[in-house]
Design a protein around this ligand. Structure first.
Ligand code: URA
Length: 269
């Protein structure tokens, strides 16, 4: 995997271009900060320029919501029987226990490289994803790609999926029952792909994967650990790109999260 060298001026400049590009697309004019990543980290208008970084509240571990037992058990049996990512994809496609499938056009499993060091987990497919059968291909997916590109990642170095595999009708949020039914597949997905790091995009996937009811505002930017079938991966919650499209003023915090992700990836590689 090749990440831009944050200590080189070229790396800093290319990261800066990506950053200011995705801000400026959103109509924000940016005063360029100094050109080294260390200076960037110090000077970016990260929570901290005008406000103190919120401490995350201690995680509240939710009791797992009651998943309808039969479909969740069926999903667990199918998931366990899958011994590689391709078999898991086939298992998800064959599964009829989640009602979301009735109204969806396609099963949306994943895109990118299953052997990549980074796994991104989002909320669930929208209209574009449902049409194409691939996650994060609409507007928020384009922003996600640009965010990853800003730290030197692309489809060869990232693997992108969701906590549910079918589009919730009308783009509503997936319910906790739907998430629990899909959970055995999502967890098996992590166990099989064995990502070194996990980026949790948005509150829904953060709450689902960290089993917490705390909000994304307090959790973003703070590393947790996800352990599944003995595989341990540091996990970083960040804002969902759809939220950033609505609230571009929050992009500075997302940029701080991306820098933290980049640093951790470098540490682990
Ligand atoms: N939002 C998500 O969370 N996932 C997608 O695949 C698309 C939009």
């Amino acid at each position: 995997m090749s990440l831009p060298d944050p200590s080189s001026t070229r790396g800093a400049i290319s990261a800066l271009r990506s950053l200011t590009g995705w801000w400026e697309d959103a109509g924000i004019t940016v005063d360029l900060p100094p050109a080294t990543p260390a200076a960037l980290r110090r000077s970016a208008p990260v929570a901290g320029a005008t406000e103190r970084k919120a401490r995350p509240a201690p995680p509240v571990v939710k009791p797992a919501p009651a998943a309808p037992e039969k479909p969740a058990q069926d999903a667990a049996v199918l998931a366990r029987a899958a011994h590689d990512v391709a078999a898991l994809k086939a298992a998800v496609e064959s599964f009829d226990g989640c009602d979301l499938k009735r109204t969806a056009r396609n099963t949306v499993f994943a895109r990118g490289n299953p052997a990549a060091p980074l796994m991104v987990i989002g909320e669930g497919p929208g209209q574009d994803e449902d049409r194409e059968g691939l996650p994060f291909v609409g507007r928020s997916g384009q922003l996600l790609d640009r965010m990853l590109a800003a730290i030197g990642l692309d489809e060869t170095s990232a693997y992108i999926t969701n906590v549910v595999f079918w589009r919730p009708p009308g783009n509503r949020k997936p319910s906790s029952e739907e998430i629990e039914i899909c959970r055995p597949f999502v967890e098996r997905h992590i166990a099989l792909a064995k990502p070194r790091l996990i980026l949790l995009a948005g509150g829904i996937s953060t709450q689902a994967m960290l089993k917490t009811s705390n909000g994304i505002m307090g959790l973003r930017g703070h590393w947790s650990q996800i352990t599944i079938e003995g595989h341990c991966a540091p996990a970083l919650p960040t804002f969902h790109p759809a939220f950033l499209l609505r609230r571009p003023q929050e992009k500075a915090k997302a940029w701080a999260d991306l820098l933290s992700l980049q640093e951790k990836l470098e540490e682990l590689s």
